[in-house]
Design a protein around this ligand. Sequence first.
Ligand SMILES: Nc1ncnc2c1ncn2[C@@H]1O[C@H](COP(=O)(O)OP(=O)(O)O)[C@@H](O)[C@H]1O
Ligand SMILES: [Mg+2]
Length: 251
Amino acid sequence: METIKLRAEHLNLHFGNKHILKNINIDFPKNQVTSLIGPSGCGKSTLLRCFNRMHDLTPDAVIEGKLFLDDLDLYDRQNSVTEIRKRIGMVFQKPNPLPKSIYENLSYALKIHNYPKDEIPGLIRNALEESFLWEEVKDELKKPAVKLSGGQQQRLCIARTVVLRPEVILMDEPCSALDPISTKKIEELILKLKKDFTIVIVTHNMQQAQRISDKVVFMYLGELIEYGSCDAVFNHPQHELTRRYVGGHFG
Ligand SMILES: Nc1ncnc2c1ncn2[C@@H]1O[C@H](COP(=O)(O)OP(=O)(O)O)[C@@H](O)[C@H]1O
Ligand SMILES: [Mg+2]
């Protein structure tokens, strides 16, 4: 049986008078990788960002409907954004390490969340090991993070998310700025991390979606057109638009 970790019900989002997300209903199962696919501008990033309240500071964004993490209503104003983002982490397209050392990139978040000082080094080592980065950086933890390669920086950003033990990790095209070898490493990492976390990822790479996804969501012009297992969406799409998109006929 699948357990639902993250859910949107009748989600509509407007930016000013533009209707961007149109009545989205979706469940994301626990400990699975769900990919959001669809042509550029269809609303994938906008949907992903709703789940950790990234539109809160966009003045003309209006969100209607309900979003849940388990039974927690994510838009109940009593729930703090900091607490929600601890439980729902996010990794972005461009690696965005802090202009600090490798070590401080991880200790920073732990300090903000008041983790006991003596536990911090162990937690940092764990997170770096879990993110397939420890062996490469263990002797130079004081080095500025920006000196790492792009792929290492992205694994550091994943480690920075993982170190807080979130329940969900949102990833918005995390490999689109990386070379094929770094991309492969991140894909392997995603497949391992799903044992401990629920992962929702935006990707424009159809091969990648097929390699890593349990479930796939196809969106078009702000609507959810099709949702199903990776095999169903790629090999037996129900909708003509999905068929054309996964067949590479537009994008
Ligand atoms: N802050 C914003 N204000 C107004 N329109 C926006 C804003 N952010 C995104 N959009 C628009 O919302 C639509 C969906 O964008 P986005 O979610 O980034 O698409 P995708 O990630 O699928 O490429 C696009 O038409 C984009 O121009
Ligand atoms: Mg996007």
